[in-house]
Write a protein that binds this ligand. Structure first.
Ligand code: BGC
Length: 371
């Protein structure tokens, strides 16, 4: 039934686009997309990066001649599932999905497969389903290494590439560690990359995790929520630092979590300057870039959402053309059913010294926005 409906819609779309052509149709409708609908499911508008992602994917799909149904689910899993169901019903010919919980889309993606709709997993791997065509993301293990290296760099132990520096201080430095949402496949990749970079320094006694909370489960932050992170940081400061010792570094996997950590530190009486800890982040969100300039946050990881959008749109075009998109990783992203062919992009560490070079010169933020 669904297939008939889709075939009818597709035939209708062809008639419409042929009609548009014969009337000298618009450039975009003559392009690859030919007016076909693509559903784009994003997790939440509460984080700036996903707004940037949605905007970039929509603009680039439209430039290719597609129509776009862009939806945000405010981090609510049933909402995301029903948004995707809706896209299928509306006759979407492809889906681009940044999942909330990567394990909850198995049934709806079976429906997509039954309707022969290809699915691109966007930034976050979709797990436990054979019905994902391709995955576009960043090298998430490397992102984790960069987060750890930025903390180590702020403490004077390595350069920004993670290479040891001459005359590095012996420490010991107190650090605490945060991880992302346990239902997001990326969170473990970030954590593993970071742990591999930090481990030698912990084993050598240069770094001490004073709270003793060194497991992913202890460090995880459900839904990447800043307030959850703030509470955990407050608890750690009370339980492990009320003897007057200071925390010198905090591994944070996302700018929103970093902002929660900063609030906890400020409330506990820390002030920026001498004894303020080195804090990492991710996503180059505007408030956090400002916090880097003011010295509250040491670093963030810049992942250019415009390039990720391009990768996902190119995959969509190739799949709908019956071709094979370019991939550069066919080993690391096993979703529990199979290794999903992936295209992984590079990320960059941003510190105060290179804010302008990396973020302003590339046009990601303007000088006025950063302030
Ligand atoms: C993304 C990060 C982002 C986090 C929270 C992850 O899946 O890869 O860039 O910081 O979600 O939104």
């Amino acid at each position: 039934m669904k297939k008939i409906l889709i075939a009818t819609l597709a035939a209708g779309a062809m008639v419409v686009s042929l009609a548009a052509c014969s009337q000298g149709g618009s450039a975009s409708e003559d392009a690859a997309g030919g007016g076909a609908l693509v559903g784009v499911a994003m997790p939440t508008k509460s984080s700036e990066r996903w707004i940037q992602d949605g905007k970039a994917v929509k603009e680039q799909l439209e430039a290719e001649g597609f129509k776009v149904d862009l939806q945000y689910a405010e981090d609510d899993i049933p909402t995301q599932v029903s948004q995707i169901e809706n896209m299928i019903t509306k006759g979407a010919e492809a889906l681009i999905i940044a999942s909330i919980d990567g394990t909850t889309l198995t049934q709806v993606l079976q429906d997509a497969a039954d309707a022969e709709i290809p699915v691109i997993a966007y930034d976050r791997l979709i797990r436990d389903t054979p019905n994902v065509s391709y995955y576009a993301s960043f090298d998430n293990y490397k992102v984790g290494q960069q987060q750890a290296n930025s903390v180590l760099n702020g403490l004077g132990l390595v350069d920004l590439e993670g290479e040891p520096v001459d005359g590095a201080p012996a420490g010991p430095f107190n650090i605490e560690m945060f991880a992302g949402s346990p239902d997001d496949n990326n969170a473990t990749f970030f954590w593993d990359g970071a742990q591999d970079a930090l481990k030698p320094f912990i084993e050598a006694g240069t770094l001490v995790v004073k709270s003793g909370q060194t497991d992913f489960e202890q460090a995880a932050t459900l839904r990447w929520d800043g307030e959850t992170a703030q509470k955990r940081m407050e608890n750690i400061l009370t339980s492990s630092y009320s003897d007057g010792t200071k925390v010198n570094g905090v591994l944070s996997p996302y700018d929103g979590i970093s902002r929660g950590i900063i609030s906890a530190l400020t409330d506990a009486g820390y002030t920026t300057g001498e004894e303020w800890p080195v804090i990492s982040g991710q996503d180059a969100e505007l408030d956090s870039v400002k916090a880097i300039n003011s010295g509250e946050q040491f670093a963030t990881i810049f992942k250019d959402t415009r390039k990720l959008a391009t990768a996902a749109v190119e995959m969509t075009v190739a799949v709908l053309d019956g071709g094979k998109p370019e991939v550069n990783n066919e080993k690391d992203y096993d979703n529990g059913e199979f290794v999903v062919p992936s295209y992984l992009l590079d990320s960059q560490i941003v510190v105060k010294d290179n804010v302008n070079d990396v973020l302003v010169d590339s046009g990601y933020w303007t000088e006025e926005e950063i302030g």
